[in-house]
Design a protein around this ligand. Structure first.
Ligand SMILES: C[S@@+](CC[C@H](N)C(=O)[O-])C[C@H]1O[C@@H](n2cnc3c(N)ncnc32)[C@H](O)[C@@H]1O
Length: 337
């Protein structure tokens, strides 16, 4: 006799007996029908089936023991659902569950189920109604501030090489490193570069290269990046047009640049505190410079509306310019194409 076959058959028969016995009971069949439709907790099942909690719990225990139902704890509540997907197609349970799915439930039960589901969604809306403005605080204390950017970045191809120029302490780097295959950080201040390096090491990323250098002469080869980011950097550079030419040089022919900058302002205190070289930029003027440096503008818009973002120091409003290297590669003003 083939020992490899005989044992599972005995076990399978035992399982079949249990399954058939458990489904011989009408309430258990109805519970299973409900749990094929929705994930429900005991108190919902008590209301829908109209039987005491002890009876429902006992039936659920039987269904769970023969692998027809799975449970999941959420805080103090346990939710149940039918174990349909996880089973083998040839398993008796799969066949019976498929059959049960086609059996009609009594109308009263269907109506109570619909009411229970409506109540669940009403409870959720009521929670947020009560929460109102406090959601902002809860959101950032639970999930932080950056997850929105992290999620949106997933729209971009991860095989890109991305340069963060003037990377500072690596706030953006940590997000870029999560997604892109290769990230290059360029930063002239050694203390900032060290902070960035540590931040990235702590997160265990190995796809970030660090270069001490600046925008006037980037320590990178020609056409090696798909995206260059200059976030709050151009106003620290003596000659923004020359810097843009450098960015153009390191980008592949279809590469893009993302510039975040400050609007022009007259806030002496802010200017002094930030050691800026420029009092921000007029977005129109900077856009024109970007265009003259051989880019096609993709978008330009203001960031961080003052009414929605709490800001200290009366900092100037920010804007973003995104642009792509022109297909022709022509650069006006005598810059290399
Ligand atoms: C306002 S911080 C922004 C840092 C970072 N991009 C961010 O968004 O957190 C400006 C950064 O630009 C760097 N920087 C200053 N002059 C630069 C230059 N000529 N080329 C490249 N980076 C420069 C500074 O050292 C600093 O790290």
């Amino acid at each position: 006799m083939d020992k490899g076959i005989s044992k599972p058959v005995v076990r399978q028969n035992a399982t079949h007996d249990n399954v058939l016995r458990s489904l011989a009971d009408l309430t258990r069949r109805q519970l299973l029908q409900l749990l094929l439709t929705e994930e429900l907790n005991v108190s919902q099942l008590v209301t829908i089936v109209g039987q005491p909690q002890s009876t429902i719990s006992r039936h659920l225990k039987v269904l769970r023991e023969c692998g027809l139902v799975k449970d999941r704890r959420l805080g103090t509540t346990v939710f149940y659902r039918a174990h349909a997907q996880a089973l083998d197609e040839s398993d008796l349970r799969t066949v019976l569950l498929a059959w049960l799915q086609d059996q009609p439930l009594p109308r009263t039960m269907r109506e109570r189920l619909a009411r229970a589901l409506q109540q669940r969604s009403d409870d959720s809306v009521a929670f947020f109604e009560r929460l109102g403005q406090r959601w902002d605080e809860l959101r950032s204390s639970a999930f932080g501030e950056a997850f929105g950017i992290e999620a949106l970045i997933s729209l971009l191809p991860n095989e890109w090489t991305v340069a963060d120029i003037g990377a500072g302490t690596g706030f953006l780097l940590q997000i870029l490193a999560e997604h892109f295959r290769r990230v290059v950080a360029v930063e002239p201040a050694s203390t900032m570069l060290e902070c960035a390096r540590r931040r990235i090491a702590e997160r265990g990323h190995r796809n970030v290269e660090f270069h001490r250098g600046d925008l006037n002469r980037l320590p990178l080869g020609d056409a090696c990046c798909d995206l260059a980011i200059a976030c709050l950097v151009l106003h620290h550079v003596q000659d923004p047009a020359a810097a843009l030419a450098e960015v153009h040089r390191i980008l592949r022919p279809s590469g893009s640049v993302l510039i975040v900058e400050q609007h022009g302002h007259e806030n002496q205190q802010f200017y002094d505190a930030m050691q800026d070289l420029w009092w921000g930029f007029d977005p129109e003027d900077l856009t024109e410079k970007v265009r003259e440096s051989g880019f096609e503008i993709i978008a330009r818009r203001n960031l961080m509306s003052p009414s929605t973002a709490p800001r200290d120091m009366d900092a100037p409003q920010l804007f973003v310019i995104s642009a792509r290297r022109s297909a022709t590669g022509n650069v006006s003003g005598g810059l290399a194409g």
